[in-house]
Design a protein around this ligand. Structure first.
Ligand code: UDX
Ligand code: UDX
Length: 435
């Protein structure tokens, strides 16, 4: 099947490449000429494990190509995926102007039947607006359908997640659209559930799923706050909860809270669209509040240990919003470092991948170190904010010797064992840990 994927960001590029891997002929379109130039030269604008090899392989098999020419793609492809960005507006609602612009350009240029599929994360009723846009700008008598096919890719695992999904969600309105989408995903139908529903349900599944995952994280962080007031240990509590198959063990790790380009954006967009539809989603507002409070908690623990921050050297291990990525979007480290820097702390920071991106976002005075030990050297306190594997293997007696006495560690991701840290003579502050 000939497919066009419009937008070559995390979603569009991974989806387009994986559709080619499934055997389809795919053209990935983007209005960013530099990005398309990079892709044509075989360079990846984003880092995702396995993506570069998959792109090379499918380009070599002439199943995948890149272009800025949307009109050509509209002429040659029956299925047109919209995977452009839907960034948050100041009020938190999703900015859908790019989705509208692309839908309009499709409408103005289609001559034969086309299936327009929204893959970007969009609020419920976006499909209705795409259909209105198609009707308004398409030529009389030209036939088309609109569909929704949200993605559930995690950064750092996006290729794996696309080729091994827990489910494929298809929001369709006609038998023809349903048939086309089922044909598109046929290669995955053996090993995954393909849920066919209407467009509104499909759109809501995405927002409801992401918001639920965020809610689970804020819930365990709230319970961790209670653990701090008793001798309970959040790791034990989470383990005990997770053994209940209805709860499940994933997304029960207390810590600095969630960041990334999706949870914060999708939560806010879901709250806003719900308000617009007449429902005040107080529960999700509380999920946001708890998440923000986790960053304040880490700063408070730092102050409990150091008293005043002015002039104190604070080392930060980990800047990216999660391990195995260089992505700094909404990373907890940004607000935490800004705040302690504002209070006069001398901040040193290290991250295995994200420092280049972090330099554009953190205050000028932050000193970027070439490793965790330099970060610890002469620091009054160390804060761990991203659970990179390499931090779990640190030589903690060396860390102790490098830190100013009394050596102190604030473990923002509960990645260390409190007992072994204390054995090294380091004061340990976790999140909801019983030390
Ligand atoms: C997208 C959606 O924005 C988000 O809602 C979803 O959760 C994840 O997928 P992402 O792929 O990360 O996010 O977006 P981004 O990395 O910004 O890529 C969007 C691409 O679309 C960019 O390369 C941009 O140049 C391109 N684009 C945007 C177009 O080609 N045309 C446009 O009109 C607008
Ligand atoms: C998420 C969803 O998992 C994915 O399905 C959706 O398509 C996009 O958003 P992503 O944002 O890439 O994916 O990362 P994820 O692995 O979900 O982690 C998100 C954030 O939650 C990270 O900051 C992580 O540190 C945090 N987190 C995750 C916790 O604080 N505790 C947990 O138990 C799990």
């Amino acid at each position: 099947m000939n497919i066009a994927v419009i937008g070559t960001g995390y979603v569009g590029l991974v989806s387009g490449t994986c559709f080619a891997e499934l055997g389809h002929n795919v053209i990935c379109i983007d209005n960013n000429e530099k990005k398309i130039g990079m892709l044509k030269a075989g360079e990846m604008p984003i880092y995702e494990p396995g993506l570069k090899e998959l792109v090379e392989d499918n380009v070599n098999r002439s199943r995948l190509s890149f272009s800025t020419n949307l009109r050509e793609a509209i002429d040659s492809c029956e299925v047109l995926f919209v995977a452009v960005n839907t960034p948050p507006l100041p009020d938190g609602s999703a900015d859908l102007c790019y989705v509208e612009a692309v839908s309009r350009e499709i409408a103005e240029n289609i001559k034969d039947y086309r299936l327009v599929v929204s893959k970007s994360t969009v609020p419920v009723e976006t499909g209705m607006w795409i259909r209105k846009t198609m009707k308004k700008y398409s030529r009389e008598g030209v036939d088309y359908d609109v569909a929704s096919n949200p993605e559930f890719l995690r950064e750092g695992k996006a290729v794996y997640d696309f080729l091994n999904p827990d489910r494929v969600v298809l929001g369709v309105e006609t038998e023809r659209a349903k048939k086309t989408m089922l044909e598109l995903y046929a290669p995955l139908s053996e090993k995954t559930e393909i849920l066919v529903t209407n467009i509104e349900s499909s759109e809501l599944i995405k927002h409801a799923s992401n918001s639920f995952l965020a809610l689970k994280i804020s819930y365990i962080n709230a319970v961790a706050n209670i653990c701090e007031k008793t001798s309970a240990d959040i790791k034990e509590v989470a383990r005990g909860m997770g053994l209940d198959k209805r709860i499940g063990e994933s997304f029960l790790e207390a810590g600095a809270g969630f960041g990334g380009s999706c949870f914060p954006k999708d939560l806010s967009a879901f709250i806003k669209i719900s308000e617009k539809l007449g429902y005040d989603f107080k529960l999700l507002k509380e999920v946001k509040r708890i998440n923000a409070a986790q960053k304040e908690l880490i700063i408070r623990k730092t102050k409990d240990a150091l008293w005043n921050l002015r002039g104190k050297k604070i080392g930060v291990l980990g800047l990216s919003f999660k391990p195995e990525t260089d992505d700094m979007r909404n990373a907890p480290s940004i607000d935490i470092i800004k705040k302690i820097h504002e209070e006069g702390a001398l901040v040193k920071a290290y991250d295995p991948q994200a420092m280049e991106n972090a330099k554009k976002l953190l205050p000028a005075g932050v000193k970027f170190c070439d490793g965790p030990y330099e970060t610890a050297k002469d620091s009054d306190l160390l804060i761990a904010l991203t659970d990179w594997e390499e931090f779990k293997r640190l030589d903690m007696s060396r860390i102790k010797s490098l830190l100013v006495n009394p050596a102190t560690l604030v473990d923002g991701r509960n990645m260390f064992d409190p007992c072994s840290i204390k054995k090294e003579g380091i004061n340990y502050f976790g999140i909801g840990r019983c030390v």
